[in-house]
Design a protein around this ligand. Structure first.
Ligand code: ADP
Length: 585
């Protein structure tokens, strides 16, 4: 049955009860009124007639003959009415006796007989009237009792019906709000549970009404959500396990941290390298763990871009640290922010071994090449000797070309050897207190010939007083020669090159700065950071061929090995200033 039907039936029932109560009440009120009216009509009228007749007999008793006709009239009228109102048992006989005695009284009065006879009739009439009054009084009392009983019965019926109605209405009042509100409350509770992702929540309304339909629709929705959640969860769990497996099987060590530096995960390689178990790491505050773990402390520190040498698996392994900041995607409501970081230790042992093999190869080759090149140079020198025989101009030109090429070859092999030394960490530095002027002089001497060939003017600007530096003269001059050689190469003919030096103090450290300024093509800002990398050459269609891209890389190694710094300032089309600084001795 639907709630609508139930509501209609319930309200109809209440309406029926109200109607029944009203109907019964009206019916019994009418019945009581009728009964009461009957008492008034029959018995009270008889009492009134009797009283009137008694009053009339008083006139006869007083023997006031003038008043007789009126009294007789009253008596007759009331007697006639009484004769028409004979309702009680015995009343007709008494009334007839009264009538007979009245007739006799009238005759006696007409014959004017003595008062004694008159009085005897009057006494008989009054006695009859008293009897009538008595009978009617008794009838009134009796009928009153009947009315009373009827009233009691009505009262009882109404009380029973009223009690029944009250009970039904009370039951209705007590149960009906609950009947409507309980399912709604249960429904809202269940919706809250669903909102809290408790998709196992169900409604249990058994009724076959709208609430039953609502419950089955709700349960269906919850079931579908549950299925969706479980299928999603299963898929997410599967993906999670797959990613965990991939991360765990990687040869690189990986550690994930959240934005508060709590360790989220650590793969097998990472736990192995750190010498800890996953339980020692996951969920812990990384700086706390780092207190007792040198490697983790190093990984968390900002510095340390150099490859790490770790004794792992019975052999030396090399690892490169890479820190990737994880950012939350920017939304309309929120800006992009750092939500954690992943530290990756890449195992570069293999590359390191290959690199070492390459360096050794370069070192061997360049060393082996040096001897035949020196021999070529020696032969060239002999050829140029006029004592052996004069050369014609073509042969002279060829000789110059061979000399140039062999010089280049010697320079390249020299640079390759230097590189090999640098890469194997075998730079031999011969420190001594050197005056900056000495270094500059050494370099200018070495490059003078090259400058003159291109008619480039070398201008030196040095302050009178400069402190000496603690450096390897040859290596430092080599760097300066490399700067000057580049400056000449990238400057137009007849250009000027400025060589300067100066005293610099920076946070309690004292340096001497050496600079070479040219007015050549300059360097694009995009490449400024990369020109100190090995084999890097600025990509340019008009590039001046012949370089190796090693000069600046070796220069950087030479200067940093001596505790100095190297840098460049340049504007495209305006020229460049290459500088380095060395600590004061
Ligand atoms: P390279 O042997 O090619 O000169 P370097 O390491 O000395 O190798 O220089 C690297 C690159 O930097 C050069 O190839 C050149 O493109 C650029 N470079 C160096 N010095 C200058 C300079 N004075 N002006 C313009 N570009 C320069």
């Amino acid at each position: 049955m639907t709630i609508k039907t139930k509501l209609s039936l319930g309200l109809s029932f209440l309406f029926a009860v109200i109607l029944l109560l009203a109907g019964l009440g009206t019916y019994y009120a009418n019945r009581l009124a009728n009964e009461a009216r009957k008492v008034l009509k029959d018995n009270y009228e008889t009492l009134a007639y009797g009283k009137n007749m008694l009053q009339a007999t008083d006139v006869f008793l007083r023997a006031d003959s003038n008043a007789y006709p009126a009294a007789i009239k009253i008596f007759e009228t009331n007697l006639q009415r009484q004769l028409a109102n004979l309702t009680e048992v015995g009343e007709p006989a008494i009334t007839i006796t009264v009538k007979e005695n009245f007739d006799l009284l009238q005759k006696t009065l007409a014959q004017r007989q003595d008062q004694t006879t008159v009085n005897s009739y009057i006494a008989a009439i009054r006695q009859g009237l008293y009897q009538l009054t008595d009978i009617n009084m008794q009838a009134i009392v009796r009928k009153n009792n009947v009315v009373q009983k009827t009233a009691d019965r009505v009262m009882m019926y109404l009380v029973i019906l009223g009690t029944f109605s009250i009970l039904v209405t009370l039951t209705f009042i007590l149960n009906f709000p609950g009947y409507i509100a309980n399912p709604i409350r249960e429904l809202s509770e269940s919706i809250k549970q669903i909102a809290n992702r408790n998709y196992e929540q169900r409604l249990h309304f058994k009724a076959n009404d709208e609430f039953g339909e609502l419950a089955s629709a709700f349960n269906q929705m919850a079931r579908k959500l549950d299925e969706y959640e479980h299928s999603n969860l299963a898929r997410i769990m599967f993906e999670k396990r797959r990613i965990e497996t991939i991360i765990n099987n990687m040869s690189d060590a990986i550690i994930g941290l959240d934005e508060k530096n709590i360790i989220l995960f650590s793969n097998n390689e990472a736990t192995l390298l750190l010498g800890l178990t996953e339980r020692d790491l996951v969920g812990k505050y990384a700086p706390d763990v780092a207190l007792h773990n040198d490697l983790l402390r190093h990984l968390l520190s900002e510095n340390g871009q150099a490859p790490l040498k770790i004794f792992d698996d019975g052999k030396e392994s090399y690892f490169a640290k890479d820190v990737i900041g994880i950012k939350s995607p920017a939304t309309a409501a929120d800006v992009e922010k750092l939500i954690g970081q992943v530290i990756i230790l890449k195992n570069i042992t293999q590359f390191r071994e290959l690199d070492l093999a390459k360096t050794n190869f370069i070192a061997t080759i360049s060393h082996e090449l040096k001897t035949p090149i020196s021999s070529i140079k020696m032969s060239l020198k002999l050829l140029r000797d006029t004592r052996i025989g004069p050369l014609n101009p073509e042969q002279q030109k060829l000789l110059e070309h061979i000399t140039e090429d062999s010089d280049r070859l010697l320079r390249i092999t020299g640079e390759l050897l230097n590189l090999a030394q640098v890469e194997t960490g075998n730079i031999q530095l011969h420190y001594r207190q050197t005056h900056p002027k000495e270094i500059i002089h050494y370099a200018v001497q070495a490059i003078q010939f090259q400058a003159e060939q291109k008619q480039v003017k070398l201008e030196t600007n040095l302050p009178n007083e400069l402190p000496p530096v603690n450096s390897d003269l040859e290596k430092t001059a080599w760097v300066l020669v490399n700067f000057l050689s580049n400056a000449i190469r990238y400057s137009p003919e007849q250009a000027s090159i400025l060589i300067s030096a100066g005293y610099v103090t920076a946070s309690n450290n004292r340096f001497v700065r050496f600079s070479v300024r040219d007015f050549g093509r300059g360097i694009d800002a995009r490449y400024k950071d990369r020109i100190f990398d090995k084999f890097f050459q600025v990509p340019d269609a008009d590039a001046i061929k012949g370089g190796t891209g090693l000069g600046l890389a070796i220069s950087k190694e030479f200067i940093t090995a001596q505790g100095g710094t190297i840098w460049v300032e340049s504007e495209l089309g305006e020229g460049s200033t290459f500088s380095f600084s060395l600590p004061v001795a």
